[in-house]
Each structure stands twice: as C-alpha cells, then as structure tokens.
Design a protein around this ligand. Structure first.
Ligand SMILES: Cc1cc2nc3c(=O)[nH]c(=O)nc-3n(C[C@H](O)[C@H](O)[C@H](O)COP(=O)(O)OP(=O)(O)OC[C@H]3O[C@@H](n4cnc5c(N)ncnc54)[C@H](O)[C@@H]3O)c2cc1C
Length: 409
C-alpha cells in the first residue's frame, strides 16, 4: 500500500476523480490503454463506500429483470469473469475471492412469490439461478431457521476482500505511472469552448483532455446540474461479530436485498441493512454515522434467520455512503454537453459486482469512443431527458422522497 501524495502534474490525458473501486479500476484500464492518468480523492484510497461494504459480489439481480436486465447481466457477468481470471493474472492478486454462490432468502409469502418470478425471468436471460423450497434450502445451509420459506440460489456469486481488490488496482495502475493525489478534493471540472479543459483542486489546477467523475455518493457536488433525485447519498451500516465456526458457507441477502451478510475468512459474521431504521432511512445522509436502531434491526434479523447466532458478541460497526439512483441503475458514460466529461457512479448497493467491468467499459469508451458492453441503459443523461421519478427498487416500501432532499457534502 502506498498512500503518499506526489506533486500535482501540469497536465494529464485523463483525470479520474474518486479512488474507490470504480475510480481505481478505471485508472488502471485507461493507463493500460496508453493514457496518462491522475487520480484525485478528497480522502484516501478506498475511503468511501468501497472501504465500508460487505464484499459480496455476483451476477444478475432479482431486482432488475425487466428492460435493463440484459445489460445488467452482461455487465455483472463480465465483472465476475474478470475477477476470477483476467484480473487475477493482470493484477497478480486473488482479492481473497471465494466463489461460493449465495442465497436470497424469503421469509414471507410475498418475498417467495417475488423471488420465484425473478428466478424464471433471470433464467430466461441465461443466469444460473434456481428456487429452493425451505427443506432444500436447509440442506444447502443447515443454519437457516425452520421459518425460512425458500431461497433463490445464485451460483455465480461469492465474496472478496474489498481493500485487497481496490489496492491491487491502484498498485497496478502505479506500475503504468498513474499518480494518486489523496486528500486532494476536486472543487470543479473546468471547461472551455464546449470541452473539458482541467480540474481545479484545493491545491491547484491540472490541465486534462478528459475527466471521469467516479465520486459515487458525492457526484452531485461536481455535477450540480444533475436533476434533483437523480443520485442521492444513502447511508448503509454494518456490524461484525466475534469469530465462530462455519455457519454461513455462502453470503445471503433477504427482504429485496435490503439485508445481507456473510462469514468472513476469519470466521466473523458481517451483516448490514435496516436503512429504514436510520434517520430519514439513510437517504440524503452526509455523515458516516452509526445509528443504534439500525444496528438493533440488523442483529435481530440475523438471529431470526440464523437462530444459532444468538448470543454472539458484536465487535465492530461502521457506516458508509452509497450513491442511490432514481431507477436503481448505475450511471456510466459520457455526460452533458462538454466533450471529454464522463461519469461512472450510482452503483447503489452493488459496486463490487460492477466496478471492475465498469473500468474496462469506461477505458474502452474514453479511448475508442465506444464500449463492447451495452451501456445504453446506464446513460447518465437519462435523468435530464425526463423528470426523475424515484422508483429505486432498493428502497421499495420505504417512506422518503429523496427528490426533496438536498445533497451537500
Ligand atoms: C454498508 C455498505 C455495504 C455495502 N455492501 C456491498 C456489498 O456487499 N457488495 C457490493 O457490491 N457493494 C456493496 N456496497 C456498495 C459498494 O460499496 C459501492 O457500490 C462501491 O464501493 C462504489 O464504489 P465507488 O468507487 O463508485 O464509490 P466510493 O468507494 O464511494 O468512492 C468514491 C470516492 O470519491 C471520493 N470523492 C468524492 N468527492 C470527491 C471530490 N470532490 N474530489 C475528490 N474525491 C472525491 C470519495 O472520497 C470516495 O473515495 C455497500 C456499501 C455500503 C456503504
């Protein structure tokens, strides 16, 4: 790991703003394609959501089975394949990835009906998922409570160590002479004659040919013309228990992906969710603050689904800010009127299923003008074309209307 701060360059081909999984992956892919690149972060490498998440990764999504589903499957499948092969070779690291599969648990009839339909829809797109009823689910994961009605079993999923992946990208990018400027907030993107001309940081400006904004929850600070509600910070919280013998052979999610967890390599149980018990359901949050009611919800949920976890001690908790978009889809592509401005943000609850493939897609886009992956459903300009209606599937059933929330960092 190397988080030192080099002097600002006078000019580079591309400035990447944000040193999370998305920004570091993009920087690596651009440098590999011959571009000079500087990465800027207001804090350290992997200090945003990328350093505060659950580490679950996989293909497809039960929440995206309609029009954008095909593009989601393609992007997440490419991502999962890259993590198991191409990136292991190129970055000389395995990110502690375990391909275990995962389950999405139904505890109500409504959830079971939803997942059964999602399984059929995803299978039609070639995703390897199946529905297991309660007895079969308990054969797969004996710790499941007898009250669990069934699970969606997703084979192409697993978990990894997020810091290891992000720093592997950063280290490989440095080999191509990418410079990392940490604790260097970018104040604004500079434009001239309809083109991107530079970035203004707190410590001076750098001339650039292109800018990729990979700032996730903080994106609206740099792109204030994004419509209200297009991308909104959403605070997520996690607790971690003391280590136990193997209870969870694979990660789980439940309640429309709102709750989730996994057992880490060290045997600790890591689990998150319950934004609905946070202040304003965590939407519009500006601070990485742990709110005890959400922690209580996470703990109760864990014990109700896995009764044998009762009595375990919680040893750590933290929170992080995600970028939730109005439609739950990421924003990846050229943005606005000025040539050379790109966005890769808004990965909702799943940036580790997107980041590596997004890096490749943006690398191709900036260098060749197009990507081999279908980015059309992720067009960052889509919210400007029509009124951004809040239909984020990750917040279904929750109360807030984030269009009314202001977004200041
Ligand atoms: C509690 C929690 C649990 C999660 N669980 C999972 C999971 O299990 N699996 C999964 O796939 N995803 C999960 N996620 C989501 C995942 O973490 C994100 O989708 C992903 O990390 C997004 O990566 P990113 O690089 O786009 O954004 P970030 O990692 O947030 O990086 C953005 C960076 O931009 C920087 N920045 C912002 N503004 C500026 C500026 N003006 N100038 C310079 N730098 C700036 C920030 O400091 C930050 O480092 C979870 C998130 C949270 C919070």
């Amino acid at each position: 790991m190397n988080d030192r701060k080099p002097p600002l360059p006078d000019s580079v081909d591309v400035a990447v703003v944000g040193a999370g999984v998305t920004g570091c992956s993009i920087a690596y892919q651009l440098a590999k394609r011959g571009k000079t690149v500087a990465v800027f972060d207001r804090r350290g490498i992997c200090s945003g959501a990328s350093g505060r998440n659950g580490g679950i990764t996989g293909t497809g999504s039960a929440l995206h089975t309609s029009s954008a589903g095909e593009a989601i499957y393609a992007l997440t499948s490419e991502n999962f394949t890259m993590l198991q092969d191409e990136l292991v070779r190129e970055l000389d690291d395995n990110f502690s990835l375990l391909v275990t599969g995962m389950i999405d648990i139904a505890t109500t009839e409504e959830q079971a009906d939803f997942l059964k339909q999602a399984v059929v829809a995803q299978q039609a797109h070639g995703v390897e998922v199946e529905w297991l009823d309660g007895a079969d689910a308990r054969d797969l994961m004996p710790a499941l409570s007898p009250s669990v009605l069934g699970v969606e079993w997703k084979r192409n999923s697993g978990h990894l160590w997020p810091f290891q992946l992000v720093h592997a990208f950063a280290n490989a990018a440095r080999q191509y002479t990418v410079s990392f400027h940490t604790y260097t907030p970018v104040r604004r993107v500079l434009t001239q004659n309809g083109e991107v001309a530079g970035v203004e940081t707190e410590f001076g400006s750098v001339e650039v040919g292109a800018v990729v904004v990979a700032t996730n929850a903080w994106t609206r600070n740099l792109l204030p013309d994004l419509p209200d509600g297009a991308i909104v910070p959403a605070r997520g919280q996690i607790l971690v228990t003391q280590p136990v013998g193997q209870v969870l052979p694979m990660p789980f999610s439940t309640n429309y992906d709102k709750e989730y967890g996994r057992q880490t390599h060290s045997g600790q149980i890591l689990s998150g969710g319950f934004r609905r018990l946070d202040i304003d359901e965590g939407l519009g949050a500006e601070t990485e603050y742990v709110h005890p009611p959400a922690m209580g919800g996470i703990a109760r949920n864990l014990v109700s689904i896995f009764p044998r976890l009762a009595g375990l001690r919680v040893v750590r908790m933290w929170s992080g800010l995600m970028g939730f978009t109005a439609d739950g889809l990421p924003m990846i592509g050229a943005y606005g009127e000025n040539k050379g401005l790109y966005v890769a943000a808004g990965f909702n609850g799943g940036g580790f299923s997107y980041g590596p493939a997004t890096g490749k897609a943006v690398g191709q886009l900036v260098v060749n003008g197009r990507s081999t992956l279908d980015l059309e459903p992720f067009d960052p300009n889509r919210f400007a074309r029509e009124d951004a209606v809040w239909e984020n599937p990750f917040t279904a059933g929750e109360q807030n209307n984030p269009k009314k929330l202001s977004v200041d960092a």
